[in-house]
Design a protein around this ligand. Sequence first.
Ligand SMILES: *Cc1c(COP(=O)(O)O)cnc(C)c1O
Length: 458
Amino acid sequence: MLPDSSTELSLLEDADARARRWLAGVGGRPVFPGPEAIAAVQGLDEPLTSRGYPENETLTALDDIGGAAVVGSNGPRYHGFVVGSTLPIAAAADRLVSVWDQCASSHLNSPTAHALEKQAGRWVLEALGLPEGSAVGFTTSATAGTISAIATARRSLLAAHGWDTDTKGVRDAPPVRVVVSDLAHVTVLKALRVLGFGLDDVLRVPTEEGRMRAAALPVLDDLTILVLQAGEVNTGEFDPFSEIIPVAKKAGAWVHIDGAFGLWVRASRRHAYLAHDVEFADSWTTDAHKWLNTPYDGAMLIVRDARLLAQTLNADSVYAMAEADAQKNLTLEFSRRARGVPVWAALRTLGYEGVEALVDNTIALAGRLADGLASNGYTILNHVRLNQVLVRAGAPDLTRAVLDAAQSGGATWFGSSAWQGEPVLRLSISSWRTTQAHIDELVVLLAGYLRDATNDVQ
Ligand SMILES: *Cc1c(COP(=O)(O)O)cnc(C)c1O
């Protein structure tokens, strides 16, 4: 049914009331939905009707059936992947962005989005200590940012060799080589495939304890794209930027940094040393929707030479313009949501010290979790310097049993990974909501799961 504008406000009020009820229970509800809730949402199999439903009925169905099967990633006890929750101010700003419904492509379409995203971009550079004047594109994800970064890198390396990819494409171009860590994130490999790089042609450098081995780096040249990591997903490790970046830059290579979550360590005076010298790269991707705790669809691509990104992603009707401060020229989208606004709101509200506290607290809690697990029979496999804890419970069977208990118990949720050929548990402390008390409860819970698993095996 077509909407009736007289019900718009009451519908939003109803949605808000439901949101408030949902949030009030965020700490207490099962972190992963139970089988009945999942069956109910999967069982939704209605025909598309000809007359539709009343709006309030649709909202009720969404909340009752959809809301019941929601994963508790916005809560304090979810430790999967490197997922963060949402800061209240970022969620509140996102609400306004939704009702404003701006097409945030350029100043012409939305002066508000344009000004706030420009400001947010400057703050991101300041918080992360990256070069002033770099372009900041607010992307849907680090994945989209990496695709754009690699495209920019290839276009500009080839341009320096007199090859214009805009007109001649890449089929007959001089070959561009890509060098990545053997622990490069799967989305970096996806970006390369999407852009037509064959994985056989991607050189993978061996790692040690999660870090690229500088001594194993191949000879680089000015047709090489080197992708390094700030925050490897299992270990939270950083590639040795101080050793590698100067060598790569001297050779004329393009250096891109995948810093989806780990780049935010730069906001901490105590821990920034982990990503020392990362500012000498050419481009960086990072997420706001992970460690900065903003809603999803919040990520950034940062490119030192703003013009290169704008020319690569140029969507101005006059080709020569490629205006470097219009988001339509800095991201893959033309029409786009003002997704930089929740980032603006988060940074404005937190300030330097708030971002630092978010980073420092979660790192401290990860250390506390690692100590607690180590004193309860678990083996910690990484140096817990960041917010990631990689754990084994003994033999692979025990690790799997603990994983099953944790994933089905509803009191926490985290995932697993394969580390040196063995199943391991991977826990991330990424939410502003997680406190010391939650970590202490988690240690007791996991100690119990390990005891039960050990008794079952015997
Ligand atoms: C999450 C992640 C990505 C991908 O980020 P999206 O925003 O999910 O596309 C890339 N690299 C690393 C290290 C990540 O943790």
